[in-house]
Design a protein around this ligand. Structure first.
Ligand code: GLU
Length: 442
């Protein structure tokens, strides 16, 4: 059966490179086996969810090359949740509670003082009908908790291997708030059943949820999908990434001019058994994914690596893949120019700077006037090609006796205004004889 997976962000901010790790793992697992990739917006928190973030997530995924097969919003699916939670109530797995936040805080403080774990004591289960009616008469509306089975829940985790959580160590989770709104814990399960999700791949911050949700799957009579919890991307100092800070958001990386595959390669390969390197396409990346070989340690990464990967990726990128974007940047010179400069750029837009060097004007060359005049005298006639540079510098060497740095550096400075840059054998024909002569003469 082809896998059906989902990426389920809450649209409460721009997604970052850590969120994309989850999306990519799901996408890769689905796509290499002809499965389906669902984008599900977990937007039941209406106070924090925003449409613009939802749209931005879709755009960010599209920029990275991930087009969902199905898009659903939890806010559109309330009747489904009403029906499923009614089923849980009928089965007495969902029970009404009337405690206020303050009461719960007080109880937790007491438990703590007695050295007990702060687990909900299920006091609400003991309420008589009369007590419930009294609360209702006071104007209190119940929130609803799921009655856990208090057992050892086990699953074969795709990343972590055999996993288990004893749900007797957990509070019965609230699934429905007093205002009738639903919590992610239950809506997620209802959707996963409804959409036929076969595999849930998500961050290891959800391991405890998994035990609870397996109980909910079973209470609803749904097939329990496979689970895999991957390690989370962190900075070198071990700090997690946050949607709120906007740091390393996909949006900002795109605006800074990084290539989508540099971002995806870093997001996916860090903290796995694969060397972190630029991979050309998502399809190739998908072939490298092996959930069982993802490390259990946090996937630490240095944001500076994005630049390194980006540069390495561009150095290998054929002209045809960037021709349109170069044209949009106003960069000419065709394939010859791209071949000449691609190993000297970090971001594609850097090509523009080298194109300006080709087209001029450039400042420089004033220093060694006599040397440059001699060099001009032996400049080969057109037509020029890749061999012209060495023919010319051989002639300059013979004429002036200069060699090594003393030969090349004044020429480079005169022609480019810089003392570093792409190989001149590629640039020389692009600059052209007339301009080269003009630059040699200052
Ligand atoms: N909305 C949840 C999150 O972003 C989804 C977790 C899940 O995949 O079930 O963490």
């Amino acid at each position: 059966m082809p896998p059906v997976v989902r990426f389920a962000p809450s649209p409460t901010g721009y997604i970052h490179i850590g969120n994309i790790r989850t999306a990519l793992l799901n996408w890769c697992v689905a796509k290499r086996d002809g499965g389906q990739f669902i984008l599900r917006y977990d937007d039941t928190d209406t106070a924090r969810s925003r449409r613009e973030y939802a749209d931005a997530i879709k755009e960010d995924l599209a920029w990275l090359g991930m087009t969902p097969d199905i898009v659903v919003r939890q806010s559109d699916r309330l009747p489904l949740y009403d029906a499923a939670t009614a089923k849980l109530r009928d089965a007495a797995r969902l029970y009404p509670c009337y405690e206020t936040e303050e009461e719960l805080d007080r109880r937790r403080a007491l438990q703590k003082a007695r050295g007990l774990p702060p687990i909900y004591d299920r006091a609400a289960l003991k309420l008589s009908d009369a007590q419930k009616a009294a609360f209702e008469a006071e104007g209190r509306r119940p929130h609803w908790r799921f009655l856990l089975n208090h057992r050892r829940v086990e699953w074969a985790d795709g990343v972590r291997g055999p996993a288990h959580v004893d749900t007797s160590s957990l509070s019965d989770p609230v699934l429905v708030r007093a205002d009738g709104s639903y919590l992610y814990t239950v809506t997620s399960v209802i959707d996963d059943i409804d959409l036929g999700v076969t595999e849930i791949i998500r961050g290891e911050d959800h391991v405890t949820n998994t035990a609870v949700q397996i109980e909910i799957f079973q209470a609803l009579g749904g097939a329990v999908p496979a689970f895999a919890h991957h390690n989370l991307l962190t900075t070198m100092s071990g700090e997690g990434l946050s949607k709120r800070s906007g740091a390393l958001s996909i949006r900002s990386l795109r605006e800074e001019g990084f290539e989508p595959m540099a971002v995806s390669s870093l997001a996916l390969l860090t903290g796995t058994s694969e060397a972190v390197r630029p991979i050309g396409t998502l399809g190739e990346l998908a072939r490298l994914v092996d959930l069982s070989r993802i490390s259990r340690a946090p996937a630490r990464f240095d944001p500076a690596e994005i630049e390194v990967l980006n540069a390495r990726l561009l150095h290998e990128t054929p002209y045809g893949e960037v021709a349109e974007r170069l044209a949009a940047l106003g960069v000419g010179g065709g394939e010859a120019f791209w071949q000449a400069v691609r190993s000297n750029i970090v971001k594609l837009a850097d090509a523009k700077g080298w194109w300006e060097v080709v087209t001029g004007p450039v400042a420089g060359g004033a220093e060694d006037v006599a040397f440059l005049a001699k060099a001009a005298d032996v400049l080969p006639p057109v037509p020029w090609d890749e061999t012209t540079w060495s023919a010319w510098t051989d002639a300059v060497k013979a004429e002036t006796g200069a060699k090594g740095k003393a030969l090349f550096m004044p020429l480079r400075r005169a022609l480019t205004g810089l003392d570093h840059g792409p190989e001149l054998k590629g640039l020389l024909p692009l600059i052209g004889r007339e301009q080269v002569l003009a630059r040699l003469k200052g």
